[in-house]
Design a protein. Structure first.
Length: 484
């Protein structure tokens, strides 16, 4: 027994020495060359990308986003996938730990028809019962960095799940903010369009009376009525948009539409609430920081780790495997005194296996895993490149949206000046009511244009934060691996 244990210990030492030989690929995901600054954003101090919705200074928006991040189904599912990934990672790593199994068995014998059973002292007995118990151990020593491949692969799976959580948080915050802006824009546009319908109806009524009095043409009266009805036909679309936004806000927060609390319904149905705006004039982060902030980049990097671990596993399949098995067994007599009981046995057996005749298949598998790893490295670079493009496009839309909003506000100011002059002229009797109503209609149209420009500018700001991976504050960066 001593000799077997010594051989097993020597084999274990040799196995540990072989385990130091790494079969992991030496390549790592590398980012392409990134621009130093953004084209359509000033190179000033970057804005924070976490909790960005609080910058709108809209309590209702903040409450809706915070609730969605806690109760939203997409985030909840992503968190459950993190639990699943951690459990899978633990299972993968622990397969290389020693395995112990307790055993126990019994045997009963009885002599019949004048037979006899031999006893330990040389006599005979009618019946005997023996029992044996012990423990068996087995361990595959993780040679050639097999444990390293398992750890790296498990770490990659966990990082993928964490990146998915972050991606779900980023998307959910942006989607809730987007739906809220759509709701407020639809409400504000509906209120302005209601005023436009009233004005158009009044203008149509005046021209109808003028036509009957012979001081206006039938075509002018008909055109005024066409304008009124065309304006009224735009109202149902805004009602649909308002209801759609309300339903989206409910679904994103894990609620069935129509089951909102009374206080939340009261806040959301407020018709005089302005469209939330955010004067975002700077990029939330520099191009180089995008690699750290974007969850899809973190996911692509984790996928490259998983592919590298798969390469190592395929390479290890060409190399020897060392298994150690052993057992300690003891036997006792429970009835009678059988021969050979009361002994304790210990065994230890090292077993080395190595593939010989299927290397063609294994080499093919290595080439397959190498190709997949190369694809993962290219995919990482592609994801980084796409992230830079999305951020650049978002900043361009943000910059142009700001210019559009400035023009819309100036046009609204000019329309307000014209409307005030028209009211004064009408009060002084030097302008007709029809002309005054037309100026009011122009002011309402300018209001609608400004509301739409505000909504577009806000959507551009939300899209910018989404493109930069903006979400809730997090203590552990995605690129760090939490404890399993």
């Amino acid at each position: 027994m001593k000799s077997a244990v010594s051989r097993g210990f020597a084999a274990a030492c040799a196995g540990l020495a072989l385990a130091a030989c790494s079969t992991m690929p030496g390549e790592r995901p590398l980012s392409p060359t990134l621009p130093e600054n953004w084209t359509d954003a000033p190179a000033d101090v970057a804005q924070p990308v976490t909790d960005w919705w609080r910058l709108f200074d809209d309590p209702a928006l903040v409450s809706l986003v915070d609730q969605a991040l806690v109760e939203g189904p997409s985030v909840q599912q992503a968190l459950l996938r993190v639990r699943e990934a951690r459990a899978l990672s633990y299972s993968t790593v622990t397969q290389y730990l020693p395995e112990l199994t307790a055993t126990g068995q019994g045997q009963y014998q009885r002599a019949v028809e004048n037979g006899a059973l031999p006893a330990a002292g040389g006599g005979t007995e009618r019946e005997q019962m023996t029992g044996s118990y012990g423990v068996q151990a087995s361990w595959e020593i993780p040679l050639f960095s097999r444990i390293e491949a398992a750890v790296v692969g498990a770490r990659g799976n966990t990082r993928v799940a964490l990146a998915d959580v972050r991606a779900a948080q980023v998307a959910l915050a942006a989607d809730v903010a987007q739906a809220y802006v759509d709701l407020r824009a639809a409400q504000a546009s509906r209120a302005a369009l209601d005023r436009s319908v009233q004005t158009a109806d009044e203008l149509a009524r005046i021209l109808e009376l003028s036509y009957r009095a012979g001081i206006a043409s039938e075509a002018d009266a008909a055109d005024a009525r066409r304008l009124a009805e065309s304006t009224r036909a735009r109202l149902p679309g805004l009602v649909i948009e308002q209801r759609r936004a309300e339903n989206v806000l409910a679904v994103l927060r894990g609620l069935a539409p129509g089951t909102e609390a009374a206080d939340v319904r009261a806040v959301l149905s407020a018709q005089n609430a302005p469209v939330p705006t955010l004067d975002l004039t700077q990029a939330p982060a520099a191009p180089a920081d995008l690699v750290r902030l974007r969850p899809d980049v973190a996911r692509a990097e984790a996928q490259a780790l998983i592919a590298a671990a798969a390469v190592s596993v395929a390479r290890n399949d060409l190399l020897p495997r060392l298994n150690l098995t052993g057992a300690i067994l003891a036997s006792d007599a429970m009835i009678g005194d059988p021969v050979g009981v009361g002994a304790t046995f210990a065994t230890g057996t090292p077993l080395i296996t190595m593939p010989l005749f299927d290397w063609g298949q294994r080499f093919a598998r290595i080439r397959e895993r190498d190709a997949q790893f190369d694809q993962a490295l290219l995919q990482y670079r592609q994801v980084v490149t796409q992230a830079v493009a999305e951020a650049s496009n978002a900043l361009t839309a943000l910059d142009q949206g700001r210019l559009r909003l400035d023009s819309a506000r100036r046009a609204e100011t000019a329309a307000e000046t014209t409307a005030r002059g028209s009211r004064a002229a009408y009060a002084a009797g030097i302008q007709s009511l029809a002309d005054r109503l037309r100026s009011e209609q122009q002011l309402i149209d300018a209001n609608l244009t400004r509301i739409d420009a505000e909504a577009q500018a806000t959507r551009a700001a939300i899209a910018t934060y989404r493109a930069f991976g903006g979400g809730p504050s997090f203590e552990t960066p995605l690129r760090e691996v939490p404890s399993q």
